[in-house]
Design a binder for this molecule. Structure first.
Ligand code: HEC
Ligand code: HEC
Ligand code: HEC
Ligand code: HEC
Length: 152
């Protein structure tokens, strides 16, 4: 009988270590998993209210159109028709709500334009691209391309 069990200690020891690890994992898990995790899915349920409480930053193009008819009209017939106002001007909900005290400011044009139009082999061929340094020849983009209706 003794001979029969004397080697099984090699299995029992690692099994005990494994079991202890499992118990430790379950205990730690109780403390570190946030209370609302899994309420709706594989995320914290409470995060929905947290995100809902964040201030809205973008007003949307329709809001801009109500006060800036000229820019809206210019843009709608030009090549930038598909680029929304706040893509270039940044989030402007506060400005739209209170234009007297909050101004979006003017974008830094060269960086802005190059951000979309700098030549890059990874961009689709149909998208208009230039080597800005050579192309602008020491001038500003806006001297030749009005931002809201840029076709040369
Ligand atoms: C309730 C009216 C109103 C709304 C809505 C509005 N604006 Fe304005 N905006 C103004 C007024 C007024 C000025 C100041 C005009 C002036 O100085 O002659 C202004 C100025 C600006 C300027 C120039 C800022 C500067 O420093 O020269 C930009 C750019 C601008 N608005 C962008 C936007 C964008 C983008 C939106 C939409 C998200 C928007 N506006 C929505 C009224 C509005
Ligand atoms: C492609 C980028 C781009 C888009 C899209 C864009 N703007 Fe602009 N906007 C500019 C730049 C750049 C200037 C600065 C022009 C300058 O310095 O003369 C500007 C200037 C302005 C100004 C200041 C007045 C002026 O003409 O200098 C207003 C107001 C304005 N934009 C409103 C709008 C509104 C409203 C929309 C959406 C209908 C819009 N913009 C879309 C780039 C853009
Ligand atoms: C958010 C990206 C974006 C930004 C920023 C942007 N553009 Fe554009 N631009 C476009 C798109 C999209 C088109 C239209 C492409 C098309 O449909 O052919 C376009 C078209 C143009 C065209 C017309 C090219 C042609 O086919 O004749 C010129 C010129 C141009 N942009 C210059 C500028 C200048 C100057 C600025 C900076 C004031 C600027 N763009 C900023 C996205 C952008
Ligand atoms: C001296 C005037 C001038 C300046 C400054 C200038 N452009 Fe142009 N741009 C043109 C002319 C003219 C064309 C049309 C002929 C051509 O494709 O070269 C053009 C064409 C473009 C096109 C369309 C290219 C295509 O293949 O369809 C884009 C995009 C453009 N410019 C962006 C810019 C940007 C961004 C800047 C600033 C970094 C800028 N341009 C500065 C005159 C200018």
């Amino acid at each position: 009988m003794k001979g029969r069990w004397q080697n099984s200690i090699h299995l029992i020891r690692p099994a005990a270590v494994f079991l202890a690890g499992l118990v430790l994992f379950l205990v730690v898990r109780v403390f570190v998993v946030p209370p609302t995790f899994g309420q709706f899915g594989h995320y914290r349920g409470a995060v929905l209210d947290e995100i809902r409480a964040l201030p809205v930053k973008y007003a949307g193009q329709q809001a801009c159109a109500a006060c800036h008819e000229e820019e809206t009209h210019l843009k709608s017939k030009g090549k930038h028709a598909s680029v929304a106002c706040e893509t270039c001007h940044g989030p402007a909900a506060q400005h739209a709500e209170d234009p007297g005290s909050v101004r979006p400011g003017k974008p830094e044009e060269t960086a802005l334009c190059a951000g979309c139009h700098e030549m890059d082999a990874a961009k689709p061929k149909w998208f208009p691209q230039v080597n800005t340094k050579e192309h602008m020849a020491g001038m500003r983009c806006l001297e030749c391309h009005p931002a809201h209706d840029p076709a040369p």
